[in-house]
Design a protein around this ligand. Structure first.
Ligand code: DOR
Ligand code: ZN
Length: 349
């Protein structure tokens, strides 16, 4: 197969930033995806519906001319989030979910949650109104080994949360371990997971190959090969009946913020996102299942219509630029200076 036509995909987990950075990166996503779930971890975070709608307007204004790209907004859960705000989210179709960052887990998570128990009324309201909870699933105890934090979160806080609120729709974001795959497999139809291209393509050796590679550092951190294999199996197999879908977690950071004594976590993949997933599915002999993962399972879980337009991909290698603009700075995209085996055809038909 040298070309592939699929229903236009969506990105169910994306960082677009704001201001000049937003203007630099949005065209990459808009060229590929119909919609994207936009993360609220701005500085300051997006904590109210009014803020989410304001951010949405800035995103719409930053789209390339003629683009029909649609941002799906999220709120950042804090100790101050109320059931009344959840009702407001439920009444606002432009806001599709609420994001849980355990405080300190990742970039701009300082305002995140320290006690899940204290948010019981909020989770009850979310379950009642079918508002999905999007979870960064890692423990934050500094004594926990960084490679074990997802598995510990899944076994501990996540299992307890799901046990207490079985009706709550949960998206476990950017899963990285066989443990997360097992949990998604064991739990019912209200749980699902996004999977990034980088966690499907790379194992933790990529962080250290020939020296320290800051552009392969993200959170949750890349894991060992057996976990990568479990993710590929989950995303590409016939057993993926809808619980796994595409979420890039593309997260732009300037070179200065990556090449630093305390470099930021995040990998930029929006410039080649669906193409990189096509590589994964091709290598797994599952190109015929890319469309369900990229274009069907996400909208089905969120209760939204599937896209109607199509996207054409061709198997034609191209070389990723060494750098891309990020406001008045530069970023280094995944595969910088290297080849990607698929590209999108100029015109979606
Ligand atoms: O690698 C990451 N980057 N993981 C996250 O959870 C946040 C993201 C960011 O915002 O840069
Ligand atoms: Zn993210």
């Amino acid at each position: 197969m040298d070309s592939l036509t699929i229903t236009q995909p969506d990105d169910w987990h994306l960082h677009l930033r704001d201001g000049d950075q937003l203007i630099s990166v949005i065209a990459d996503t808009a060229a590929r995806f119909g919609r994207a779930v936009v993360m609220p971890n701005l500085k300051p975070p997006v904590v109210s519906v009014a803020q989410a709608l304001g951010y949405r307007e800035r995103i719409l204004a930053a789209r390339p001319p003629g683009s029909a790209f649609e941002p799906l907004m999220t709120l950042y859960l804090t100790a101050d989030t109320t059931p009344a705000q959840i009702q407001q989210v439920a009444a606002t179709p432009q806001v599709v979910g609420v994001k849980l960052y355990p405080a300190g887990a990742t970039t701009n998570s300082e305002a995140g949650v320290t006690s899940l128990d204290a948010l019981t009324p909020v989770f009850e309201a979310m379950a009642e109104h079918a508002v999905p909870l999007l979870i960064h699933g890692e423990t934050t105890d500094p004594n926990d080994d960084v490679f074990d934090r997802e598995a510990r979160f899944v076994d501990g806080a996540l299992t307890r949360l799901h046990g207490r609120h079985p009706e709550l729709k949960i998206v476990l974001e950017h899963i990285t371990t066989a443990d997360a795959v097992a949990w998604i497999g064991e739990t019912g139809p209200r749980t699902a997971a996004t999977v990034t291209a980088h966690h499907l393509l790379l194992n933790r050796n990529a962080i250290f190959s020939g020296g320290l590679r800051p552009h392969h550092y993200c959170l949750p951190v890349l894991k060992r090969e057996r976990h990568r294999e479990a993710l590929v199996e989950a995303a590409t197999s016939v057993a993926n009946t809808g619980k796994y879908f595409l979420g890039t977690d593309s997260a732009p950071h300037s070179i200065a913020n990556k090449h630093s004594a305390c470099g930021c976590a995040g990998i930029y993949t929006a410039h080649a996102a669906i193409e990189l997933y096509a590589e994964v599915f091709e290598a797994a002999g599952a190109l015929d299942r890319l469309e369900a993962f990229a274009s069907f399972h996400g909208p089905d879980f969120y209760g939204l219509p599937r896209n109607r337009v199509m996207l054409n991909l061709v198997r034609e290698a191209w070389t990723v630029p060494e750098t891309l603009s990020l406001g008045d700075e530069l970023l280094v995209p995944l595969r910088a200076g290297e080849r990607v085996r698929w590209r999108i055809a100029a015109q979606p038909s």
